[in-house]
Design a binder for this molecule. Structure first.
Ligand code: GUN
Length: 296
């Protein structure tokens, strides 16, 4: 699904997925099952407030019962683990999402490992990370790389045999993105290179890519001369840059210099309106799947 300008329209693809999710929700409700999703936010990180707000609104729109637990910045790790234990035990909660980043005094690995794997709609629990690596589809894949994968599939991008370069090796996007695309499976079978802050000749790697996925969090890092003509470019980045002309003093830009790269790319995601809506669509879909799995 792409617009005349060769944009990969994430909003349109996400809406298609929401319709599919709504059908599954209706089937669950017909069986008397009300899917429930718990959000946990610790502290007042402004970006996290925005993200959780968007996820709450989409849950409400689709008819997923969501509840947000906001804990103060000074919450101890033990208190957070205790809340998660109560959500794990609550049969009305099918999905649990603990918004990252967490305050510095809390170990995210311990927190994500405490979420029941069956309710881990973020795909951050080590069991789900392992299943993704193994190609075991019974786990949950993290929402952002799963959303990028769906965008590639539904925009008709050839993945099998493609040279893919992923910029960024984070646990939320880069590593799971590579794990998804290297699988011996339909819509995968790619040759994947991950570049990171210690990589040599990043631009050289990028220029070989048929599919370039930018997820390292550096504003407008990918320039036109780093992109092969006709490549598919996916911009995962969300970076705040100061902007004196903006009301709040900043604006959001991606990891790709969109104006420069668009004429070179075969296909490109707008940002916003590319990957962001897909992340939310995958979260909603994972939640409905968690509810389906809980009752079958
Ligand atoms: N922070 C940035 N992306 C994500 C995500 O996908 N899930 C959670 N829980 N936190 C995030």
């Amino acid at each position: 699904m792409s617009t005349p300008q060769n944009l990969i329209d994430g909003r349109a693809v996400a809406e298609t997925i929401h319709r599919e999710t709504a059908d599954r929700l209706a089937a669950l409700k017909a069986r008397g099952v009300q899917p429930g999703l718990a959000f946990v936010r610790v502290g007042e990180d402004p970006a996290s407030q925005v993200y959780v707000g968007m996820k709450e609104r989409m849950s409400a729109r689709l008819g997923i019962a969501s509840k947000t637990h906001v804990l103060p910045e000074a919450t101890s790790e033990a208190e957070l683990l205790s809340l998660i234990a109560s959500l794990n035990a609550d049969a009305a909660v099918h999905g649990i999402l603990v918004q990252a980043p967490l305050p510095k005094h809390i170990d995210p690995a311990r927190v994500y490992a405490s979420v029941s794997p069956a309710k881990d709609v973020d795909g951050f629990h080590p069991v789900n990370v392992g299943k993704l690596m193994l190609g075991d589809a019974t786990g949950f894949a993290p929402c952002t790389p799963a959303g990028v994968h769906e965008l590639l599939i539904r925009s008709g991008t050839v993945i099998a045999g493609a040279e893919v370069v992923v910029l960024g090796r984070g646990n939320i996007v880069g590593k799971p993105m590579a794990a998804i695309l290297i699988q011996k499976a339909r819509h995968a079978d790619a040759t994947v290179t991950i570049c990171h802050s210690r990589s040599r000749d990043v631009a050289g790697h990028c220029r070989r890519a048929d599919i370039l996925i930018a997820a390292m969090g550096v504003a407008e890092f990918v320039k036109a001369d780093m992109v092969k003509s006709g490549a598919t470019v996916i911009d995962v980045g969300v970076n705040r840059v100061p902007d004196a002309t903006a009301k709040n003093g900043h604006r959001l830009v991606g990891d790709v210099d969109f104006a420069g790269v668009q004429p070179v790319a075969g296909r490109i995601t707008p940002n916003p309106g590319g990957v962001g809506p897909m992340t939310i669509a995958m979260l909603m879909r994972n939640t409905v799947r968690a509810a389906e799995m809980a009752v079958t």
